[in-house]
Write a protein that binds this ligand. Structure first.
Ligand SMILES: NC(=O)c1ccc[n+]([C@@H]2O[C@H](COP(=O)([O-])OP(=O)(O)OC[C@H]3O[C@@H](n4cnc5c(N)ncnc54)[C@H](OP(=O)(O)O)[C@@H]3O)[C@@H](O)[C@H]2O)c1
Length: 326
């Protein structure tokens, strides 16, 4: 089969089309004929040598695909050979064929194309598990999404808004802020020209955000603590601004704050199956009713994966960057 490999760590042009053997299936896995695959920032980190491939995972990049199940162990999964699915995978998405645990497959939502469905798994599993499992976002709580125009950000805004929560988002340009508002954020904050701490406090009557989804960390954490509501929860999912910062533990103590985080990729299949089940029950109906829409910025043929990574690194995109395979 044709696939994209990382010939050595480096700039986007280390991504080269190659011939690889078909994936070998393990117990509980299905073989997907890939129609489209999503590009995610962790793929960029993997390409530059900053995100080691977990043991047993394919070294081919790509964490999400959509396509047709053509072989494998479908017993007990509710799927059959020929079904159109999207799947969260541990690697191997940038290829014509990809192995996926059946437990990590979800049906292509009614009314969605394969390309659109391939944009779902990585950000929907990540956002759902962090907002609703780790941070327990509920009721009329206010969510602050840092990086609102990212693939993760557009998912978080739409999902939390569709489930009835107030959402505020930050982004790096005024245009990106307006895009966040069009997706359901009540206010996009341009973090380059405005102080998100002040804006969040003012929008919440001084109370602060109940939950913050953060991909920046570093010196953001101290500022986020300043604009968290009492009993607030901060979930760190990436370290784009650095892994270290100085925080006032007194605030955590006095105001009962929680600082937590997670990475999805190394979690076991059983955890991802639990998230898949919850997504299917709670979020898939919102995709099929049109309350949550695909946000695809641009797609590239598989052979042009390097151009897709170059675009992601310019950070001019709003939403998802995709690869079309078949
Ligand atoms: N923990 C997990 O399980 C998990 C899973 C998936 C993804 N992630 C992480 O989540 C992040 C988003 O992933 P993605 O695929 O959605 O990537 P993406 O679309 O490339 O988004 C990255 C975003 O980060 C923003 N950004 C970069 N540096 C920033 C800074 N210093 N301050 C504020 N914003 C900054 C950029 O917006 P501006 O240009 O407007 O600043 C851009 O929107 C990545 O860091 C990724 O590694 C984590």
């Amino acid at each position: 089969m044709q696939a994209i490999e990382i010939t050595h760590p480096g700039a986007p042009d280390v991504l080269k089309i190659c011939e690889r053997p078909m994936p070998a299936l393990k117990a509980g896995e299905v073989l997907i004929k890939v129609h489209a695959a999503g590009v995610n920032r962790p793929d960029v980190l993997q390409r530059t040598g900053n995100y080691p491939v977990p043991p047993g995972a394919s070294d081919i990049p790509g964490l999400e695909v959509a396509g047709e199940i053509i072989d494998g162990d479908v017993s007990g999964s509710g799927f059959k050979i020929g079904d159109r699915v999207c799947a969260l995978v541990q690697g191997g998405g940038y290829a014509e064929y990809c192995a996926a645990p059946a437990a990590q497959c979800l049906p292509v939502p009614k009314g969605w194309s394969m390309l659109e469905a391939a944009s779902l798994p990585e950000t929907f599993f990540t956002v759902y598990s962090n907002l609703f499992e780790r941070a327990r976002l509920s009721g009329d709580e206010v969510l602050l999404v840092q990086g609102g125009s990212s693939g993760i950000g557009v998912t978080a805004i739409q999902m939390a808004h569709a489930l009835g929560h107030r959402v505020i988002a930050t982004a790096g340009t005024d245009d990106k802020c307006r895009a966040c508002e069009a997706l359901g954020a009540e206010r996009g904050i341009n973090y380059r020209t405005e102080d998100f701490v002040e804006v969040v406090k003012s929008l919440t009557g001084g109370k602060g955000a109940d939950v913050i989804l953060d991909m920046v960390a570093g010196d953001y954490v101290a500022r986020e603590i300043e604009c968290m509501a009492d009993d607030g929860r901060l979930v760190i999912i990436a370290l784009l601004g650095g892994a270290k910062g100085t925080i006032d533990f007194g605030q955590i103590l006095r105001r009962r704050l929680t600082v937590t985080g997670s990475t999805l990729r190394p979690r076991p299949v059983a955890f991802k199956q639990m998230v898949a089940d919850k997504l299917r029950a709670r979020v898939w109906p919102l995709l099929e009713s049109g309350q949550i829409k695909p946000v695809i910025f641009q797609s590239f043929p598989l052979a042009e994966a390097a151009a897709a990574h170059t675009l992601m690194e310019t950070s001019t995109h709003v939403g998802k960057i995709m690869l079309t395979v078949a």
